[in-house]
Ligand binder design. Structure first.
Ligand code: GP9
Ligand code: MN
Length: 639
């Protein structure tokens, strides 16, 4: 016992407590982590411990006084990591990434002001080092103290164990925390800044290896594929929207079954129903499917703006947030002088948007910090759709025309909750809270959208704008099959589940007639469609989808997991169904070939992202986007 409590160990324990204290202090004073509920509070309190114990614990393997010196050195490393993040956060409202370190533009931006953002109270972030150094100098007996290596190993293992406990509680509160990487804020909130740094480092190393062996030769098979898959424009639509503003509205978690659905005799989404029936000259694609994977919203955004698929695992917006892209906003800008903006009532770091939008070439990003985020305006993940649309009008008006604006709604998001005063439709009656709430939040979204259309008209932005509306992915997962059976009046078989992946796509082009269009398509098809509407041939771009209006359009819709739907077949794993009737069919040559094509398409798209192949794609009429040109702060409508 005496040995365990040798000076070396007490020195170590003191260091651990001091590091914990300053880290926790930084949570309270520096970062805006959005901690909600007791579990998150507890995790926040304990999360600095695991890494600190493991890291400083390594010093215990050193002999005598050297151990104390190592503790100080390792503590200095941690201090550097913490303080660098603090300064970066003060500047950018976000945590540092290894990718940031490579991006000179970002840090260069900071260098002038770095002293200005240092503060007197920052002394608390080095006070532990001062105390430890003083102790080390004044206590020569540390020299003598000895600790068996076995005990050092026990300490390190205890730290590792603590990490696992921390992580499993975090994963309970936020499933798939590490695989999906929603937000850097979340990783820090749940696991602390040091574990976050390791996590980010591992991701950066993975990215670097994936990219290291890639060459322009890898692009050849991709180009061969996109050339052979090219669908030429339809004269009737080519250039029909040239030079017009594009207002693209993302309907969060909105599935097509809601269109024309009646709950207790009442339409759930009366306004969207009107649009679906061609009012306002909107064309409604009723066989449009989402193709998202784990990245959900972010995958939908990636596909719509780049005609690339999301990744089989994780979220490309996050893990490939430094890649070169050939995006719709960048092409519109370079070809037709468009400005572009994203408008969204959530904070900018979610889905790594503040980084990836720069790679995509968005000029402006109006995130939560540009909106009135007072308590009454918030529900669930962020700003309610009604104030969101209302406040977006002056922002849209402030954009230089022609513009491409991407507006993301938020209220119709799992777990589908709404303040009573905002509810104008009764909840569903299946007894499943998720499904029952879904109708209510969908109605709220529908009303918000109707008002937005009115406001666009008032603002003079309606007549000359293309309006694109789409649902990003399903809101009701297979966990709710019992309730969904009641809602749809049919068994949710694997076939029916595939049919339920339909999300609405609506396109309104001024001067063109609306109506229902039964063409099969998916999110990767939207960029080629919009390019052709602008009169820009997509032939030379790496687009995995095809123009929905083209006679050559490929109606095979690949799902992210390799399943697919065509007007004839729906293929789930190895089972083939008749898309019209849902009857099981025998696999045949055609379905086998289609399966191969789908996996080739997905695989090539993955190669583009993993190997960052677009950096090798040289086009005479397209310059790669320079991310360092973009800076997103608190955007003001009148800027
Ligand atoms: C968050 C919002 C929701 O900002 O876009 O993302 P999701 O959870 O649907 O992927
Ligand atoms: Mn979403």
């Amino acid at each position: 016992m005496k040995k365990i409590f040798s000076h070396k160990l007490s020195f170590f324990l003191l260091a651990v407590i001091l590091v914990w204290a300053k880290t926790y202090a930084s949570y309270l004073m520096e970062f805006n982590l959005g901690v909600k509920g007791t579990t998150q509070q507890i995790l926040l309190f304990i999360n600095p411990f695991s890494f600190t114990i493991v890291f400083l614990g390594l010093a215990l393997f050193a002999k005598g006084r050297r151990a104390a010196i190592w503790i100080i050195v390792l503590d200095a490393v941690m201090t550097f990591v913490l303080y660098a993040n603090i300064l970066f956060y003060r500047f950018f409202d976000d945590f540092l990434t290894f990718a940031n370190l490579k991006q000179a533009g970002n840090l260069g931006n900071m260098s002038d002001g770095v002293f200005a953002i240092m503060s007197f109270h920052d002394i608390i972030y080095v006070i532990d080092l001062i105390i430890l150094i003083a102790l080390c100098v004044r206590m020569p007996e540390l020299k003598a103290s000895q600790l068996k290596k076995r005990w050092a190993a026990v300490v390190v293992l205890a730290g590792v164990l603590l990490f696992y406990i921390n992580l499993s509680v975090a994963e309970k509160d936020r499933p798939e925390l590490l695989t999906r990487t929603f937000d850097r804020n979340y990783i820090v909130k749940y696991l602390g800044p040091y574990n976050y740094t390791i996590y980010d480092g591992v991701q950066a190393a993975q990215n670097a290896t994936q990219k290291a062996y890639a060459s322009s030769d890898d692009l050849t098979s991709v180009i061969n594929y996109t050339n052979s898959h090219y669908a030429k424009p339809n004269d009737k639509y080519f250039g029909a929207a040239k030079g017009k503003n594009i207002i693209k509205i993302h309907l969060e978690s909105f599935q097509s079954f809601l269109i024309d659905y009646k709950l207790n005799g009442k339409e759930v989404t009366p306004f969207l129903n009107k649009l679906a029936h061609g009012e306002e000259d909107t064309m409604y694609f009723d066989n449009f499917f989402h193709q998202t994977g784990q990245g959900k919203t972010a995958d939908a955004e990636l596909m719509m703006d780049n005609s690339l698929f999301g990744l089989p695992e994780g979220t490309a917006f996050v893990t490939k947030g430094q890649n070169t892209y050939q995006s719709l906003p960048a092409i519109l800008n370079q070809k037709e002088g468009y400005t572009s903006a994203v408008l969204h009532g959530d904070y900018k770091s979610f889905w790594n948007r503040d980084q990836v939008y720069k790679q995509i070439g968005y000029d402006k990003f109006f995130d939560a910090s540009s909106y009135d985020m007072s308590e009454d305006n918030l529900v669930n993940l962020g700003l309610k759709d009604k104030p969101f649309f209302e406040e977006s009008i002056p922002m849209l008006k402030s954009l230089k025309q022609p513009f491409y604006a991407h507006l993301l709604t938020l209220t119709n998001h799992y777990p589908f909750i709404l303040d009573e005063k905002d509810a104008t439709l009764e909840k569903g009656t299946t007894g499943d809270d998720t499904v029952d709430g879904y109708f209510q939040t969908a109605r709220y979204l529908d009303e918000a959208l109707e008002q937005f259309f009115k406001d666009l008209k008032k603002a003079g932005l309606y007549d000359d704008s293309v309006i694109v509306i789409y649902g990003d992915h399903n809101g009701i997962s297979e966990n709710h099959n019992r309730a969904m059976k009641e809602v749809l009046g049919k068994e949710i078989t694997p076939y029916q589940n595939a049919m339920n992946q339909r999300v609405p796509l609506m396109i309104r082009v001024p001067g063109k007639k609306g109506g229902v269009n039964h063409t099969f398509g998916g999110e990767t098809d939207v960029m080629p469609t919009l390019l052709h509407l602008q009169g820009i041939d997509n032939k030379n771009y790496i687009n995995f989808g095809t123009d929905l209006f083209s006679k050559d359009h490929d109606q095979t819709v690949a799902f992210r997991n390799g399943n697919y739907v065509t007007p004839k077949y729906t293929v789930i794993d190895s089972t083939v169904y008749d898309t019209k009737t849902g009857k099981e069919l025998k696999p045949n040559k055609e379905t086998e070939n289609l399966k191969k094509q789908v996996s080739e398409q997905l695989n090539l798209s993955d190669q583009v992202l993993y190997k960052d192949l677009l950096r090798f794609h040289k086009l005479s009429d397209f310059r790669p986007v320079d991310p360092s040109k973009y800076h997103y702060g608190k955007e003001k409508a009148n800027e």
